[in-house]
Design a protein around this ligand. Structure first.
Ligand SMILES: Cc1ncc(C[n+]2csc(CCOP(=O)(O)OP(=O)(O)O)c2C)c(N)n1
Ligand code: SF4
Length: 284
């Protein structure tokens, strides 16, 4: 979990698999890339077993590129499609039990602060809408009310994709799914609104239509989560299988949903804004 642990001992590098050599020589550790650099460096997550063209995979790939310090990051996830790709990334991953991701992340961040007082570590929970706000609701809300310093990312595909199409709290009212044949009765949960009520320091709602914006949002959320308090990103990551979106139409769908009801929104607390201004001023 530091640059020292990813660098092989002298003389050993040439004996490692080519993928690992590429990761050390051309990877993201200790560097920051832009969206326009994609394809020119070795990414932290490349191969994965998710469905071809799944927008969630694109978003996860962008999150990994956006990590400000991957060598000092731990990701917590749980059952659901996303963990199939997240667990392939070259960042430590904890496969939390259902419902306890945000409790695990709370303890982990506090423990890391005690264990590494001179080196800040970034903790992120990244899971599906079902995992976070249905089954994980209690842990999620309490981590926010306690103002725990880590980032929560919801991969909102508005369905339980991994188990074949049950409705979630984030499914739109009236939506008919394979395992919700009569259509969803209730409204989509307003989790951005809940985050506001809980006093989350940085909240963003986003669709993966603008890679540069995703990277900037991820970095802002992680920096504020590292130093100030809880942060939350809610990302529209369509499920082309359960929503029957033909693979070539996935981005068209993302643009259409963004325009209709998933427009980019960023809500930043006063103290988080002050912190961001300082960080962004230093960078210039
Ligand atoms: C305790 C427990 N209950 C149920 C399951 C079955 N299960 C696996 S993935 C999943 C749904 C995940 O839905 P979501 O979090 O929305 O993620 P998605 O697959 O849509 O990305 C369920 C219910 C499980 N693995 N463990
Ligand atoms: S089932 Fe849906 S969310 Fe899961 S990998 Fe396939 S397209 Fe993506």
């Amino acid at each position: 979990m530091s640059l020292d642990t990813v660098r092989p001992s002298p003389g050993f590098l040439e004996h490692l698999p080519i993928e690992y050599q590429d990761l050390v020589n051309h990877g993201q550790y200790g560097k920051q890339y832009k969206a326009s650099d994609m394809g020119k460096f070795k990414e932290l997550v490349e191969e994965h077993p998710m469905c071809a063209g799944c927008a969630m995979t694109l978003f996860i790939r962008l999150v990994f590129i956006g990590l400000p310090r991957p060598e000092h990051t731990v990701i917590v996830g749980t059952a659901g499609c996303g963990r199939l790709a997240i667990s392939q990334g070259n960042v430590p991953f904890i496969y939390g039990n259902y419902g306890d991701t945000n409790s695990t992340a709370s303890g982990l961040k506090r423990g890391l602060e005690l264990r590494f007082p001179n080196q800040k570590k970034d903790v992120i929970t990244m899971c599906g809408d079902g995992g976070l706000v249905d089954i994980g609701f209690q842990g999620l809300m309490h981590s926010w009310f306690r103002n725990e310093k880590f980032t929560t990312i919801m991969l909102d595909n508005e369905v339980y994709g991994n188990t074949g199409g049950q409705e979630s709290g984030m499914t739109m009212k009236g939506k008919v799914l394979k395992m919700a044949p009569r259509g969803k009765v209730d409204e989509k949960m307003d989790v951005v609104g809940l985050a506001k009520v809980a006093g989350v320091d940085y909240i963003a709602r986003i669709a993966p239509t603008n890679p540069g914006r995703v990277l900037r949002t991820v970095r802002r959320a992680i920096l504020i989560g590292r130093e100030i308090g809880s942060t939350y990103i809610q990302a529209y990551t369509s499920c082309n299988i359960e929503y029957s979106i033909p693979t070539p139409e996935v981005m068209k769908d993302a643009f259409a949903i963004e325009k209709e009801r998933y427009g980019f929104e960023e809500i930043i607390s006063e103290r988080a804004q002050k912190f961001l201004d300082e960080v962004e001023k230093k960078k210039k």
